[in-house]
Design a protein around this ligand. Structure first.
Ligand SMILES: NC(=O)C[C@H](N)C(=O)O
Length: 484
């Protein structure tokens, strides 16, 4: 039992009663990191000095009785593609191994305004490209449930840190499943908000029409609190939505009577592990017991989602990553003969294999002669996939299925097979293409590894998604922590 096993309200009550100090919480985080992180490798950079200073300032605030932010005193780890002023931000890439940003991402500012304490930056697949964290150019993250297994990716460090008690909560980013899939593999809660709900100003862009920032937490209530703190319009992000932000925490009523759930046959059919499917069926029975109704439906274009995603996301990546040329950011090649050689050598040395693979795929899909056949076609298929969701949401409140077809796999087992790796995201990618919100909540174990249930909602209806996830969590006991 550590301080991080307490709920947010328990922590706040104890802080208020002066029974606990923010410095204790921060010390707890660094103690656990120091004891365990050489095994897990979730952190790339620690902010021990800065966090201790912030903790002291917050403790003074506690004494003076000043107003406290929503996430007061909570130690947070931030995925390393979210820029943090003066705190190294590498994107898991050698290219940015010496990049110290001169500004904060909007979410980093929002965390500070909410009085959370940033304790460090979290390991990830290079530029968020990967589903196992083995594409980090620093070190692979390991799954706290079994160190021989991957934690998922690309926010593997963010998920593993929460599971291992190395942060109270973390932020990740999700382009095609990067919050939900690692949350599922590590047995924590991961929320991908609706596209446009959370500002992406200061998130290093991978695929701009898909990227979203969201929380990874131990439970659904914390997820609602963090979303409350980070959601909202931001003039600095042109894709930021001007919508009213509801009260996510008070949406957690426990009441789901009459809720209409759709279960896509494609999400429980061929390719889905039998034990994973069984966990989802058991979870549906729990929801039914709470008064919800479920029916099988079809999302007929699911089979095209992975191909569509890899054309669109890679095309966007090839354009977004053009800025890494050895001149403006990061590492510069030594002794190039001329400017072209400088670009060529810096990019050859700076990027890892997966990033290069995507840049080549994207550049090819955008090149003249192939643009219509690949990029434009993929855009059209994306619309069809989105329409699948629109149709189902005319009749149903949420869509439920597994987050991933299997539990975590062994380190190294899929490294030589990018296509198999890509297919791990087959159930999260369609949701990203449709731009709608989804959460992964722990719903059981298969061969000793956590299984995640994905609850998908209508655009900007995070309240319902959180309400269903919370009702499920309150009536089950899957929220467990690994023994390390
Ligand atoms: N970035 C993501 O959301 C994960 C996905 N596996 C990808 O490699 O693109």
């Amino acid at each position: 039992m550590t301080l991080f096993d307490l709920s947010l309200n328990e922590i706040h009550n104890r802080l208020h009663a002066k029974d606990l100090a923010v410095t204790d919480l921060v010390a707890q985080a660094f103690k656990t990191i120091c004891e365990q992180d050489d095994k897990i490798q979730a952190y790339l950079t620690l902010n021990e000095e800065g966090a201790t200073e912030s903790a002291k300032a917050l403790d003074e605030k506690l004494v003076s009785g000043e107003a406290r932010g929503l996430l007061f005193g909570l130690p947070v780890g931030v995925k390393d593609n979210i820029v943090t002023e003066g705190l190294r931000t590498t994107c898991g890439s050698q290219f940015l191994k010496n990049y110290d940003p001169i500004y904060n991402a909007t979410v980093a500012d929002k965390l500070r305004q909410a009085d959370a304490v940033t304790i460090g930056k979290l390991n990830m697949d290079e530029f968020a490209m990967g589903g196992s964290n083995e594409n980090s150019s620093f070190a692979p993250v390991r799954n706290p449930w079994n160190l021989d297994y991957v934690p998922g990716g690309s926010s593997g460090g963010s998920a593993a840190a929460v599971a291992a008690g190395e942060a109270y909560f973390t932020l990740g980013s999700d382009t095609g499943g990067s919050i939900r899939q690692p949350a599922s593999y590590c047995g924590v809660v991961g929320l991908k908000p609706t596209y446009g709900l959370v500002s992406r100003f200061g998130l290093v862009a991978f695929a701009s029409s898909l990227d979203q920032i969201g929380p990874l937490t131990k439970n659904v209530e914390d997820s609602a609190y963090v979303l409350q703190a980070i959601a909202g319009y931001d003039a600095k992000d042109s894709t930021s939505a001007k919508v009213d932000i509801p009260d996510y925490v008070s949406a957690l009523s426990g009441e789901i009577k009459g809720l209409k759930i759709a279960v896509p046959s494609e999400y429980i059919g061929e390719g889905v592990d039998a034990e994973v499917k069984q966990s989802i069926m058991d979870a549906l029975a729990v929801l039914e017991g709470l008064g919800a109704e479920w029916e099988e439906v079809s999302l007929p274009h699911t089979e095209y989602a992975v191909a569509t995603y890899y054309l669109l996301a890679s095309s966007e990546a090839s354009s977004n990553l053009a800025r890494f040329d050895g001149v403006r950011y990061g590492v510069r090649a030594e002794n190039p003969g001329n400017l072209l050689e400088l670009y060529h050598q810096s990019r050859s040395e700076g990027f890892g294999d997966e990033v290069k693979r995507r840049i080549m795929l994207g550049t090819y899909a955008l090149s003249s002669g192939y643009y219509d056949a690949y990029y434009l076609k993929a855009q059209k298929v994306r619309t069809l996939i989105k329409r699948d969701f629109d149709n189902v949401f005319e009749k149903y409140d949420v869509i439920i299925g597994p987050t991933a077809p299997t539990t975590a796999f062994k380190l190294g087992s899929q490294l030589d097979d990018p296509l198999t790796m890509y297919l791990n995201d087959i159930l999260t990618i369609p949701v990203s293409l449709a731009g709608v919100p989804a959460i992964s909540v722990p719903c059981g174990f298969a061969s000793g590894l956590p299984v995640g249930m994905q609850i998908i909602g209508k655009a900007f209806d995070e309240q319902t998604v959180l309400r269903v996830a919370h009702a499920f969590e309150q009536n089950t006991n899957h929220q467990q922590r690994p023994q390390l």
